[in-house]
Design a binder for this molecule. Sequence first.
Ligand SMILES: [Zn+2]
Length: 474
Amino acid sequence: MVSAVACVALVSGCAQTVSGIPTTLGGYSTTKVAGLPAANGPSGPKTDAPEPRLKVDGTDNGEMDELARNAVADVDDYWAETFPEVFSGKEFKPVKRLISYDSNAPGRPLCGKNSSHLVNAFYCPPEDLIAWDRGTLLPELKNNFGPMAVVTVLAHEMGHAVQNRAGTAKPDDPAIVLEQQADCFTGSYFRHVAEGDSKYFRVSTGTGLNEVMSVLNYIRDSPSVSNFTGGNAHGTAFDRVSAFQYGFDQGPDRCAGMDFDDVTKRTTLFQNWKPAQNETELPINDKSIEAVNESLHEVFRDTGAPEPKVTTDPTSCGDRQKTSPADYCAATNTISLDVSELREIAQPPSKDSDATGYGDFAAYAQIASRYALAVQKSAGFTLDDEAAGLRTACLVGAWSGLLVEDPIGQRNPVGKLRVLPDDIDEGVSALLGDESLIAANVKGEQVPVGFARVEAFRVGVQRGISPCTTKYVG
Ligand SMILES: [Zn+2]
């Protein structure tokens, strides 16, 4: 749901070209996406796509099934070529059966389940089949995220077929290992599409990939895959997007190497960790703002940056137009907040209302982003270029990462504030949206490529403050 809200904002931002000065920021580029040029061209099915000869059981020959079938055909093509290269010459065999069903229709047995009300798409290992719900799931994905959402889901399910064939998952691996691999394989497939090598689809590296990353959190496998492993964790949106980015950037070898150890080290949500019953959203008020401020001061104390003044009073900052819901004025080292705007962002995301919120953490991350500018100013960095936006995302990530209580309980968060992995997801959703300050410079400008924003945020979460000021240098 968190992702769904982000994407509604994204869909309206299609079909513009990305502007920006071609710069390489210490190896991190704002005009390239993992080495490909950043562009916001069209994404979706190609008009000259071939007609695949794939049999779909139960099909109604409608639009959804055509899209799903073409997606499977395309992912088949990709793995037919790639699988032998990655898995020592082994040939890739297509899945045995494809099944379309309508979750609104009377049920039929499917991989040990009943298809009635099964709003899902899944790979069934014992029967080596992929099934999808053309009645509710696929139309919902397409309406909310665009046609590439359907392709994303099927590429993910094919990722499970790939790991089954390659033996990259051990029978006792927890489900999150399988999910990380499948998301990573999805990323490596999308690299192929983004490079223009797909016969069926194209995806732009700007908004196109933003949408694909937004949909990842929306996918839920049926229990059949979970039964395969005896676990249930899909990972947080942050983990899922990270796995996708690794696959896109580093290719299927990286995915094949995602084992128990790698996943344990990297993921924010591991094994059966669950939030405590009494967890509540932190309301936006003076007390919470003070707590956030204290946590920021604590996290960034060692940088020696003078603590900025935080105010909810009306302020001005010379002639410059202020950013909302938070503004950083370098001249006076003051952060001014628009509390009612912050409250809107802090609304829990909801599919059923017009609310534009991402959740409480997303609101507090806006404040943190302006605090990160004060840290940068003190270190002598410019605040108004693209590098400043990525440094900001990285520093907000560092702050967030230090507030996460380790799910295995090995680490206590810094300060009094406690952040849950779900909160980090609110930050990722906001990062993929159009209006957030989390990856924005002092003027409120974000780098156009969501991929780069999320990556910078992740560098901060995983590696702390120091890479933020060494990697993202204008
Ligand atoms: Zn899965």
